[in-house]
Design a protein around this ligand. Structure first.
Ligand code: GDP
Length: 188
């Protein structure tokens, strides 16, 4: 699966016509610092398409990218970021929940988990809530390069078993592991 084009369309903070134009949506969600922007950039073969959660500004919006003229990648704000204050965090959670749990939106939801850290409580809560509303979930065990190669297979097997109801991909933007497979899954 090749990427012919990837362009930023718009940042939204609520309902927008772009969500209703029938283009299939692939949403990316994860704890801040899980490597979401790096993964989006690597998936799209672009250095600076998505912006790291360390950069203020666009990360407070839902950023929508048009990929190959066929799919939208929907970049949701990162969650669990210790440095954002209560009211800002509340707004961000409101935005994430509105998008994910609005029944009019039917995205495939890619949940990034840091493969080295393992799933956090926040990760597990989001996954459970998504399961309850029967969303199509893909789990990415991200930054898999951080797990020593001698322990990698065991780690992948454990986490794949933990999320056995879903498709699981072990990925690394840094070492370009699992990127092609994930691309085929989300654009297929
Ligand atoms: P975001 O906050 O989820 O958007 O995460 P970023 O993409 O900004 O990445 C957070 C940090 O993790 C940065 O320091 C990245 O260089 C690092 N990072 C991202 N992807 C990988 C990866 O595949 N492997 C490793 N080892 N580090 C990564």
């Amino acid at each position: 699966m090749n990427i012919q084009s990837a362009t930023f369309k718009k940042g939204i903070v609520g309902d927008d016509e772009i969500l209703h134009d029938e283009t299939p949506q692939v949403a990316f969600i994860g704890r801040s610092n899980a490597g979401k922007s790096s993964l989006l950039n690597t998936l799209c073969n672009k250095k600076k398409l998505a912006i790291s959660s360390k950069t203020p500004g666009r990360t407070k919006e839902i950023n929508i990218f048009l990929i190959n003229e066929t799919h939208y990648f929907v970049d949701l704000p990162g969650y669990g970021y210790a440095k954002v204050s209560g009211s800002v965090a509340e707004k961000l959670y409101g935005l994430i929940n509105w998008y994910l749990f609005n029944s009019e939106h039917r995205p495939k939801v890619v949940v990034l988990i840091d493969a080295f850290v393992g799933p956090t409580k926040d990760d597990l809560v989001i996954i459970e809530n998504l399961e309850e509303v029967h969303k199509d979930i893909v789990i990415v065990l991200n930054k898999i390069d951080k797990v020593k190669s001698s322990k990698r297979l065991k780690r992948i097997n454990e986490l794949t078993k933990q999320f056995s109801n879903h498709k699981v991909f072990a990925c690394s933007s840094q070492e370009k592991i699992g990127i092609e497979e994930l691309r085929a899954e989300v654009l297929g």
